[in-house]
Design a protein around this ligand. Structure first.
Ligand code: CUA
Length: 332
């Protein structure tokens, strides 16, 4: 009885896995690139089904027809049946060709460049976060890439340290981010949404915490995002907690690693100029809310093993951290 119940529980859990949501599924493509891969997968899947059904049917026929019966002589072995041998050599060869042709075609189709008017985004992998640069728009941001829906996007990928791999499953990929080398993907997203992805190449202690988002915006929303990003950081209101936080920031060690346009020029960590407009922190690991941000500022390595952002030394007071949180979140 307990065994039966265990089986039922296992089956229920397995089925629950099919229920969704599917934040990182290649089977729910949302771009031309993603669809090309999905079509190829479906094609090959059905070829495998055909092979499985034929082979299993023949196996069952043989098992039933030639099974041992009382008084029946042993079946006669067959040697050198030319037609059969040609058949079982040709059939797999034909199936392999039918799999290889669409595979090679998809490889070439998805390795091509976007049209010249495509939006260009440079992706730079860092231990353990993603930097995004939009050279034609003068934008630098981190971890959350924005692209317009229905427009071609050309992504160039490289790394600042070790090999990473950029992968947003619904949109296509994945592509290695290799230091000193540029790889590319091109896609056209076909529905507005917030798509999760992550680094897909083991890159050290916080590989699993190197997540990312691609936000596919409607055209107007994308234009608004571009205008906001191109502007300088929002100025805190006079005598507000955010203004106190700006003062803390200006005398902190944060300056050495982070850029806030017009305030600090650091390039080691993510650009914080419009930090408040991002939905997550620590490369998509935590929501961008006050409690998580305060914990992150106080002791980043405790939240993300190996984080290059050190524990604050000397530690900031709770009041200083609260002020910094208010300032960073005001940077919309
Ligand atoms: Cu970067 Cu794994």
């Amino acid at each position: 009885m307990t065994r039966c119940r265990r089986w039922l529980t296992t089956a229920a859990l397995a089925l629950a896995g099919c229920a969704g949501p599917f934040p990182q599924s290649t089977l729910h493509p949302r771009s031309d690139y993603g669809r090309a891969i999905d079509h190829l997968f479906t094609d090959i899947f059905w070829w495998a089904v055909v092979v499985f059904v034929i082979v299993e049917t023949l196996l069952l026929i043989a098992l039933i027809r030639f099974r041992h019966r009382e008084g029946r002589p042993a079946p006669k072995p067959l040697h050198g049946h030319t037609a059969l041998e040609i058949g079982w050599t040709l059939a797999p060869a034909v199936i392999l060709v039918l799999v290889a042709v669409p595979t090679v075609r998809t490889i070439f189709a998805t390795a091509g460049d976007a049209p010249p008017d495509a939006l260009k985004v440079e992706v730079i992998g860092h231990q353990w976060w993603w930097e995004y640069k939009y050279p034609s728009l003068g934008i630098v941001t981190a971890n959350e890439m924005h692209v317009p829906v229905g427009k071609p996007v050309q992504v160039s990928i490289t790394s600042a340290d070790v090999i990473h791999s950029f992968w947003a499953p619904a949109l296509g990929g994945k592509r290695d981010a290799t230091p000193g080398h540029i790889t590319r993907i091109a896609f056209r997203a076909d529905s507005v949404g917030n798509y999760s992805g992550q680094c897909a190449e083991f890159c050290g202690q916080s590989h699993a915490n190197m997540r990312l988002r691609v936000l596919v915006d409607a055209e107007a929303a994308f234009e608004t995002w571009v205008k906001t990003e191109q502007a300088g950081p929002a100025a805190p209101a006079p005598a507000s907690p955010a203004e106190a936080g700006k003062a803390v920031y200006s005398r902190s060690a944060c300056l050495a690693c982070h850029t806030i346009k017009g305030i600090s020029p650091g390039v080691i960590g993510p650009d914080l100029t419009h930090f408040g407009s991002r939905t997550t922190i620590a490369a998509g690991v935590f929501p961008n809310d006050s409690a998580d941000l305060a914990r992150w500022i106080a002791d980043a390595p405790a939240l993300k093993p190996g984080s290059l952002m050190p524990r604050m030394q000397p530690p900031l007071s709770d009041a200083e951290i609260a002020a910094l949180v208010a300032y960073l979140q005001s940077l919309k």
